[in-house]
Structure formats: structure tokens, C-alpha cells
Design a protein around this ligand. Structure first.
Ligand code: HEC
Length: 125
């Protein structure tokens, strides 16, 4: 804290107080946390799947390493809508919970998209 950050004007405003610095830091971290978690506002169906699920389950729901496939012929195809809703909400095992991140409409749209993948009728790109 040797050089004043703001050199013009009144001396007492020349240095940011530690308390204020902490507040600014927290504000920056909050913004970063929001942007890193991926903003899913307004996304539905395929766009939402690609943004939030494909990183683990593959773009076409084909699965990867230890992440189960969700597409045609997969175990997930035998789950009911309610069971899938539960999985998305709870986040079993190594899957995160999306309960606080996705609206009911978004979850419905994901299930609808999964059903298209499972029927082989999804228009993937
Ligand atoms: C960080 C990786 C990851 C992300 C992101 C992820 N999942 Fe999962 N998912 C998993 C893992 C791992 C499992 C297996 C969990 C277990 O039972 O141990 C799983 C299981 C599932 C299952 C159950 C499959 C079965 O055969 O029982 C469904 C359905 C599912 N995920 C859907 C989704 C949807 C929809 C999204 C996006 C909202 C999503 N997942 C995001 C890792 C992920």
C-alpha cells in the first residue's frame, strides 16, 4: 500500500480500504462464479443438453468413460420421465445436481430431447 491508487483530489480517498477491497474482490468472484457455471437461462432442449450434459454424456448421448449413455438402447431409455427428473434433480454418484440451475420447463425439454435421441429421431449437428 505504498503508492496511492487514486492520486487526485482529497488524500483520504487515495487508498482503497481493506474492507472495500474485500467487497470488490467478492463482487468479482461472484461474477466469475456465475459465468463459469455456464449461463443456461433461456436454453432448452438440444441447446441446453449440449451446454450442460454433453460434456459428460456426449453430444449424441453416447456416454463417455464412466458416464452412462443416454441414447438409443441405453439403460436410460428404460427410465420413466419421473426417474429421469429425479436423476437430474438429485445428481447421483459423480453427476452434479441441477435442481437449483434448471427450471421445470428446462428439465421437461431435456427429457423430450432425450426421448428423441432414444428414438433415433434427434436432429444432431
Ligand atoms: C459431470 C458429469 C455429468 C454431467 C454434467 C451430467 N451427468 Fe448425467 N450422469 C453422470 C454420471 C457419472 C452418471 C451415473 C451416476 C450413477 O448412478 O453413479 C449419470 C447418470 C445420468 C442418468 C441416468 C442414466 C442411467 O442409465 O441410469 C441420466 C438420465 C442423466 N445422467 C442425465 C443427465 C442430464 C440430462 C444432464 C444434463 C442436465 C446430465 N446428466 C449431466 C455424469 C454427468
Amino acid at each position: 500500500m505504498s503508492a496511492p491508487i487514486y492520486s487526485g483530489g482529497m488524500a483520504r480517498f487515495s487508498i482503497i480500504s481493506p474492507r472495500r477491497a474485500v467487497a470488490v474482490w467478492l463482487a468479482i468472484m461472484a461474477v466469475l462464479a456465475t459465468s463459469c457455471s455456464g449461463n443456461t437461462d433461456g436454453l432448452v432442449g438440444q441447446d441446453l443438453f449440449e451446454r450442460t450434459c454433453a460434456v459428460c454424456h456426449g453430444g449424441g448421448g453416447e456416454g463417455s468413460a464412466n458416464r452412462p449413455a443416454l441414447n438409443q438402447g441405453s439403460d436410460a431409455a428404460t427410465l420413466t420421465d419421473e426417474q429421469i427428473r429425479g436423476v437430474i434433480s438429485v445428481g447421483p454418484g459423480a453427476m452434479p445436481s441441477f435442481a437449483s440451475r434448471l427450471s421445470k420447463e428446462q428439465v421437461d425439454s431435456l427429457i423430450e430431447y432425450l426421448r428423441q435421441l432414444q428414438a433415433g429421431s434427434a436432429d444432431e449437428d
